[in-house]
Ligand binder design. Structure first.
Ligand SMILES: [Zn+2]
Ligand SMILES: [Zn+2]
Length: 321
């Protein structure tokens, strides 16, 4: 699994960070998924190997501008590039109206079809040969979702020596046994494929959260995920000093939930622009310090164009693009 951050700022861009957006794909498959599309996403894409031709699915957490204002330009450029294959957009209600209103006003007729899908709590939105993607509610206003990518479990290793020893004919029969089916051979024997395969390999789980003020509410969904990507808009000390009601999480809140849920790798993102410069004695590095004070897994701060591989063992590694 490969992840590349296209934007990692909250609310407004900074010189180093554009607005929330993340490209994801399975390493063996050129088709890819986009999670949120803040301003600047299509500009960042120019520095990656993700191509417009292979963009098939866009998941939107919610309709705040810092997560969708990049959509208009990106969808228009996909058209300019001559891509005619259909595109799927998964989002809370309103995305179709938003896009169609803008395209009408700017007189843009796309030469491809957009299929709109409405996200809802616990809803299975997409199933590919590799994985299922479901939507889960975030605590935020307006309606907001995070997306769980659950890779399919795979059958364990096929014991070909055992099959040969027992004179089971190779070919299609082996393929059936490998997938765990029970078959009847031409000599009348009934064979259970599960007796010829090792322990099933559990698929990886990744949760890509939207804006969320209550990471604890996600604990049942993110339990033991291999990777959680979640916002950490503020430092706890700034939150504690403020009288405002917050719609976002601190690094401490997110890291505490990740620790409780046994999350293996945590990437924090969606940072307030106030941490772009060292001001009043704090900056972005304090986010990491705050998070690792409570979270004992592998914790990273996202940056624009940072790219990672989550390997089959669930290890998160840098991905030189
Ligand atoms: Zn946001
Ligand atoms: Zn928001």
């Amino acid at each position: 699994m490969q992840f590349t951050f296209l934007g990692t700022s909250a609310a407004a861009p900074t010189r180093k960070r554009f607005l929330s957006s993340l490209a994801f794909r399975f390493t063996q498959n050129p088709d890819w998924l986009l999670f949120d599309c803040g301003e600047g996403a299509q500009c960042r894409l120019l520095y990656t190997r993700f191509s417009f031709a292979h963009l098939k699915h866009i998941f939107i957490s919610h309709l705040h501008g810092d997560h969708v204002f990049g959509l208009f330009g990106l969808l228009a450029t996909r058209d300019v590039n001559g891509i005619t294959s259909p595109l799927n957009i998964y989002a809370p209600p309103g995305s179709q109206q938003l896009l169609e209103t803008v395209f009408k006003q700017v007189d843009l007729n796309l030469h491809y079809t957009i299929h709109y899908h409405i996200s809802a709590p616990g809803k299975l939105l997409l199933e590919t040969p590799e994985a299922k993607v479901t939507s889960w509610t975030m605590k935020h206003n307006p309606e907001c979702y995070g997306y769980l990518i659950r890779e399919h479990d795979k059958p364990g290793r096929f014991d070909i020596e055992k099959a040969r020893r027992e004179n089971i004919p190779p070919g299609p029969v082996f393929a059936d046994l490998k997938s765990g089916k029970t078959i009847t051979l031409s000599d009348g024997r009934t064979i259970d494929g599960n007796l010829y395969t090792g322990k099933p390999i559990t698929g990886r789980k990744v949760f890509i959260a939207g804006d969320n003020s209550d990471p604890d509410s996600l604990i049942p969904v993110i339990k033991s995920v291999d990777l959680l990507i979640h916002e950490a808009t503020h430092l706890q000390e700034d939150r504690d000093r403020s009288e405002k009601g917050f719609q976002h999480s601190t690094a401490l809140q997110t890291a505490t939930a990740a620790q409780t849920a046994g999350v293996r790798n945590l990437i924090l993102t969606h940072f307030s622009p106030r941490y772009a410069h060292r001001a009043k004695g704090v900056d972005i590095r304090d986010m990491l310090e705050e998070a690792v004070s409570v979270y004992k897994g592998n914790c990273l701060l996202a940056g624009d164009l940072h790219s990672y591989i989550l390997n089959r063992k669930g290890e998160l590694l840098p991905n030189p693009q």
